[in-house]
Design a protein around this ligand. Sequence first.
Ligand SMILES: *Cc1c(COP(=O)(O)O)cnc(C)c1O
Length: 358
Amino acid sequence: MSKLIEHLIRPEIQSLGAYQVPDAAGLIKLDAMENPYTWPEGLRREWLEALQAVHLNRYPDPRGDELRATLRASMGIPDAMGLLLGNGSDELIQMLALAVARPGCRMLSLDPGFVMYRMIALFAGMEYVGVPLRAEDFSLDLPALLAAMAREQPAIVFIAYPNNPTGNLFDADAVVRIIEAAPGLIVLDEAYAPFTDRSFLPRLGDWPNLLVMRTLSKMGLAGLRLGYLAGPTEVLTEIDKLRLPYNIDVLTQVSAIFALRHREVLDEQTQRIRAERSRLFTELSGLDGVRPYPSETNFILLQVPAGRADELFESLKRSGVLVKNLDGTQLLLEGCLRVTVGRPEENDTFLAALESAL
Ligand SMILES: *Cc1c(COP(=O)(O)O)cnc(C)c1O
């Protein structure tokens, strides 16, 4: 490595691997929790008409006021709460971390959990503390969590509700205990809100430190990169100071407003994905040696026979199906693959390929 890099770049960044996005060309893409459905032809045409009115020579609305008003109405965000937009919820995680990071300060989350929390803690120079979930069913180990919070005094706690990559939803009463014990901010990451009936959004304001973060990505608009954070205005006013100017571009603002006005199309797709999730779970449960975990998301985590995850992952790929191989990536994920719920025919191809590979 060149002397320049060795001297200049922080060692923890040097030892990091870049975020890997595998090439999915020609494959059925069941690796990234995308909605597999497109819009009806008429709706696409209407959307393109809306885009024609956009002026690319001008900066976007700096605060995205119309989009925020549309989101508030569409998602039922309580009027008294603040609302902040991010270029994907990943950007919101980064803004939150940068706002609280000071030497020696900690971010706490769960293992296995969403990898960006740990990554962004490192970017921001925070210490990351991961508290293990219970090995049997990935539920919360409340005593361990409460003890870790008391010991580590995290400035910020992230809990994905439901969790990625395990797919389960944590017990709501346990989550309340965590909110009440958190010495700093607590963010409930509801990226999978469209695929579950539970949410803490209506409870915003009950605690001064609770924030709820969501994204349009899993709902069917991953290409737009739009996340949102709701919570007490007093907190969000501070976080907003870290937002880079014009972080939500004009095409995203116009497209998201358009999409939310036709939300019934996205909701109908979500319902189809939920129905397919049940079928996929049942079919996977019937395969010898495969253990699917219950899911409140648009993916299913499955454990395959010991030592065979890599081989099955490659075999699926040769059959034209890309899933996520999580084997050994985090605590408790030995022998685990994660499959996104696709269209029925895609799921059938996946199931047939997995069965024959087994
Ligand atoms: C996918 C995902 C996100 C990231 O969403 P973007 O808005 O696409 O950045 C955040 N949190 C969890 C738990 C996710 O699974």
